[in-house]
Design a protein around this ligand. Structure first.
Ligand code: IPE
Ligand code: IPE
Ligand code: MG
Length: 260
């Protein structure tokens, strides 16, 4: 069973929604603008972005968030100059090498989603090492979307389903949402409840298009390098105010519920 969806279905829409989202996904945007505002090279913005990521992981653990997915390099980011791509890969290397032991000590399970094709071999090795070391950890699951694009992910799943059907391992008529999700890279990871994008941009940029179908979207003006625990708490507060309906009816106000 992929996940417990009791809190999502219409027939239990009256159930109290949890205050803290189980899964928070973040589009960490605005590093370049942060640097430009200070007359610094974009790399400096990305460096400070890694520091913001460290703060955010610690805050997520303290706030008892169970899954944190971060968008760190998109399939479309290959359109950037080679120098910047090299800098971003360099920062990923540094992050994994320097932070892995600490993440492991904090019982964080690290997973990577995205294509490993086209990545320098040492990076692919580092990603596998991080996943293997932290495989059995029971704390926060940190999902790093690296070289990730949601359309590519969905296409790969569609290809795998077609392949399985050809080999008669799956019956096309039985492919429902649950069966299809098992082919996505996020199989076994619950859908994000809250999706945050920093820097004021209001788009998904090919991030978790399937999984975010019912995520609460929070767009914040803060540039990613300035993001901290207080900013995360601000987003959680906004999440708490939202009325999640999943296509059903609004949960009745507490006073009405008591009378029912
Ligand atoms: C986010 O910051 C980091 C990545 C996309 C890798 P940007 O580099 O997109 O920063 P802006 O959007 O140019 O400010
Ligand atoms: C999305 O940010 C990708 C990441 C944060 C890794 P971009 O800065 O690449 O997105 P666009 O180009 O503004 O849509
Ligand atoms: Mg950007």
């Amino acid at each position: 069973m992929k996940r417990d969806r009791t809190a999502m279905r219409g027939d239990v829409a009256c159930e109290e929604a949890p205050d803290v989202p189980r899964h928070v996904a973040i589009i960490m945007d605005g590093n370049g603008r942060w640097a430009a505002k200070r007359g610094l090279p974009r790399l400096e913005g990305h460096r400070r972005g890694v520091e913001a990521l460290r703060r955010t992981v610690r805050a997520a653990i303290e706030l008892d968030i169970r899954f944190l997915t971060i968008y760190s390099f998109s399939s479309e980011n290959w359109r950037r100059p080679a120098q910047e791509i090299g800098d971003l890969f360099g920062l990923l290397r540094i992050f994994v090498r320097r932070d892995l032991a600490d993440l492991h000590a904090r019982s964080v399970r690290v997973l990577f989603i995205g294509s490993r094709e086209g990545l320098p071999p040492d990076i692919a090795g580092l990603l596998a090492e991080a996943e293997n070391l932290t495989r059995d950890n029971k704390g926060l699951t940190l999902v790093v979307a690296f070289n990730y694009g949601a359309r590519q992910e969905i296409l790969a799943a569609a290809r795998a389903v077609a392949e399985a059907a050809l080999r008669r391992r799956i019956e096309p008529g039985t492919i429902d949402e649950k069966a299809f999700e098992a082919f996505l890279e996020t199989a076994d990871i619950p859908d994000p409840d809250l999706l945050i994008r920093t820097s004021g941009e209001q788009r998904l940029s090919n991030f978790l298009l399937w999984q975010a179908a019912y995520a609460e979207l929070v767009f914040m003006p803060v540039l990613w390098p300035d993001f901290d625990r207080a900013a995360l708490e601000g987003a959680l507060l906004e999440f708490k105010r939202r009325d999640r309906r999943f296509g059903g009816l609004a949960a009745p106000a507490p006073s009405l519920k008591e009378r029912a």
